[in-house]
Design a protein around this ligand. Structure first.
Ligand code: IPM
Ligand code: MG
Length: 360
């Protein structure tokens, strides 16, 4: 089993180091190889996704990814910006299915900005289509308008599009995931305005007929954004397009109190996957040793389960994370009075110790 390790920028290097520690303490044989990605790769090689990094990722069974980006790269040409690395990996590896669970841990109920009764026991799964939609649609660009309200003036445009097979395959992923949970799928669209999302709704409904045991409902994205903060526990699996999924998954993450707790998986048709925390590179706290490594550590658990076929090891990690929370250890983002504030490394060490203690 080969794992490509791409720490990236900002807190990426700190949190991935902790996740690698946890991986190494499981008595499993992996080959780990690291490479630069994002701003770090741009600095060293002039490109955020160098060929060698892409090749390493392609040849691996799974990719462990930290985070990319820093405000200092905001003025670079778009194709050189750190974010292009993650978009390029998704596209090149065909990682169309993005799993973003939002789970509220019992001990962290108080960390949410919502009232405890709204989020205690929350366990929803956002499935975001990751290689289509307005993110990748062509044409896009800037030009001089020939029509519209201001002909002759500068304008910019992007293309929102989805093909039938793209919608069908992500819909199958959602229905199959729902079968392992409480068998409900909410498909999020904007069919009242957008052609692309009327088509999305139609195709998801067709696929839904093949899963009579799963209840399907449809919701407009603006309403979904509202329902997520009003009554989040009503949802089970949410499936949506790339852009709506980007937005709603951040919103859902915050329901749980800290985005620092949430892992994610991005899979292709062959179950090769990229695993990363749902949060970003947080350049404001980089290098201080205070970032929460748990989302990345939990991403390792997802990797073991989805791509490496090691469900018991995955469970050991998840149990260890619950143990350290129960013991009262907290990084700054999830700290509350009466708990023990620890840094990135101490948190990683505590998980390593808990994994070692629970031999399963
Ligand atoms: C995410 C991020 C990325 C996205 C950025 C970094 C390109 O926000 O993974 O949600 O928009 O998909
Ligand atoms: Mg995002």
């Amino acid at each position: 089993m080969k794992i490509a390790v791409l720490p990236g920028d900002g807190i990426g290097t700190e949190i991935v180091a902790e996740a690698v520690k946890v991986l190494k303490v499981l008595d499993l044989r992996f080959e780990l190889e690291s490479a630069l990605v994002g701003g770090a790769a741009f600095e060293a090689h002039g490109h955020p996704l160098p060929d060698a990094t892409l090749k390493l990722a392609r040849d691996a069974d799974a990719v462990l990814f930290g985070a990319v980006g820093d405000w200092k790269y905001d003025r670079l040409e778009r194709h050189l910006r750190p974010e292009q690395a993650i978009l390029g990996l998704r596209k090149n590896l065909g990682l169309f299915a993005n799993f973003r669970p939002a789970i509220c841990y019992e001990q962290l109920v108080g960390a949410s900005s919502l009232r405890p009764e709204l989020i205690a026991g929350l366990d929803i799964l956002i499935i975001r289509e990751l290689t289509g939609d307005i993110y990748f649609g062509q044409p896009r660009g800037r030009r001089t308008a020939v029509d519209g309200h201001f002909p002759g003036d500068e304008e910019a445009f992007d293309t929102m599009r989805y093909s039938r097979p793209e919608i069908e395959r992500i819909a199958h992923v959602a229905f199959q995931a729902a079968r392992k949970r409480s068998k409900r799928v909410t498909s999020v669209d904007k069919a009242n305005v957008l052609e692309t999302f009327q088509f999305w709704k139609d195709v998801v409904s067709e696929v839904g007929l093949l899963y009579p045991d799963v209840a399907l409902d449809h919701m407009y994205v603006d309403n979904a954004a509202m329902q997520l903060v009003k009554a989040p526990k009503k949802f089970d699996v949410l499936v949506t397009g790339n852009m709506f999924g980007d937005i709603l998954s951040d919103e859902a993450a915050m329901l749980t109190g800290s985005i620092g707790m949430l892992p994610s998986a991005s899979l292709n048709a062959g179950n090769q996957g990229l695993y990363e925390p749902s949060h970003g590179s947080a350049p404001d706290i980089a290098g201080q040793g205070v970032a929460n490594p748990l989302a990345t550590i939990l991403s390792v658990a997802m990797m073991l389960r989805f791509s490496l076929n090691q469900p018991e090891a995955a469970q050991r990690i998840e149990a260890a994370v619950k143990d350290v929370l129960a013991a009262g250890l907290r990084t700054g983002d999830i700290y509350s009075e009466g708990t023990t504030r620890v840094g990135t490394q101490a948190m990683g060490d505590a998980v390593v110790a808990a994994v070692t203690n629970n031999k399963g």
